[in-house]
Structures are given as structure tokens and as C-alpha cells.
Design a protein around this ligand. Structure first.
Ligand code: SF4
Ligand code: F3S
Length: 104
């Protein structure tokens, strides 16, 4: 499966939801997550993210993000259409420590 990681936070470009063939993205206030039970591992979304936030879960070091995606996919509503990114998305793009900035 694929997972949404740190750099989606406070950006939310949502280009990813437009290309997902199974609409398995879920939306929170500051980021999106992928439902691991619904993702068919097609990989189409990964190059679409302007913030490079989507990763294959086979990459090392993603355990926390895998757990976070699974947890919030069960709690947040589905999103299947592109929305405007957050107003200060460009400012936040690439900043370290985003997770701590919203969940900490
Ligand atoms: Fe959707 Fe494919 Fe991305 Fe999974 S890998 S979230 S199925 S676009
Ligand atoms: Fe987030 Fe990238 Fe999608 S910033 S909303 S994972 S296009």
C-alpha cells in the first residue's frame, strides 16, 4: 500500500485524490491519509503529489506513518475531488517537524 507522510501536513494539495482509481483518500484538517485496506497499490498517486508526500510503505522508516494512515482513515471522511490547497501551503512545503506542529 501507499501512505501519506509528513509533507502533506499544512499543504493538502489534493492532486492525489483526482487520480486514485478507488477513491481511498480520507481528509483531516491539515492532511490526507490513505486507507490501507482500500489502496490497490497502483502507485499512480505517488508522482502526482507536488509536495512529494506519498510513499510506498515498503520504504524504510515509515512505521509511524503507516499506523497514522490506518488510524485516521477509519475516522476521517472520504475525499474524492480536488480542493484548493491550504492558503499557506507553499510556505509550509518542505518544512521539517510538521507532524509535531499539528499533533504535538
Ligand atoms: Fe489510490 Fe493507487 Fe495511490 Fe493507492 S496507490 S492511494 S490505489 S492512487
Ligand atoms: Fe497531500 Fe500531496 Fe495529496 S500534499 S493532499 S498527498 S497531493
Amino acid at each position: 500500500t501507499y501512505v501519506v507522510t509528513d509533507n502533506c501536513i499544512r499543504c493538502k494539495y489534493t492532486d492525489c485524490v483526482e487520480v486514485c482509481p478507488v477513491d481511498c483518500f480520507y481528509v483531516g484538517e491539515t492532511m490526507l491519509v490513505i486507507n490501507p485496506d482500500e489502496c490497490i497499490d497502483c502507485g499512480v498517486c505517488e508522482p502526482e503529489c507536488p509536495a512529494d508526500a506519498i510513499k510506498a510503505d515498503t520504504e524504510p522508516g515509515l512505521d509511524g506513518w503507516i499506523a497514522l494512515n490506518a488510524k485516521y482513515a477509519a475516522l476521517w471522511p472520504n475525499i474524492s475531488e480536488k480542493r484548493d490547497p491550504l492558503g499557506d501551503a507553499a510556505e509550509w512545503d518542505g518544512r521539517p517537524g510538521k507532524l509535531e506542529s499539528v499533533f504535538g
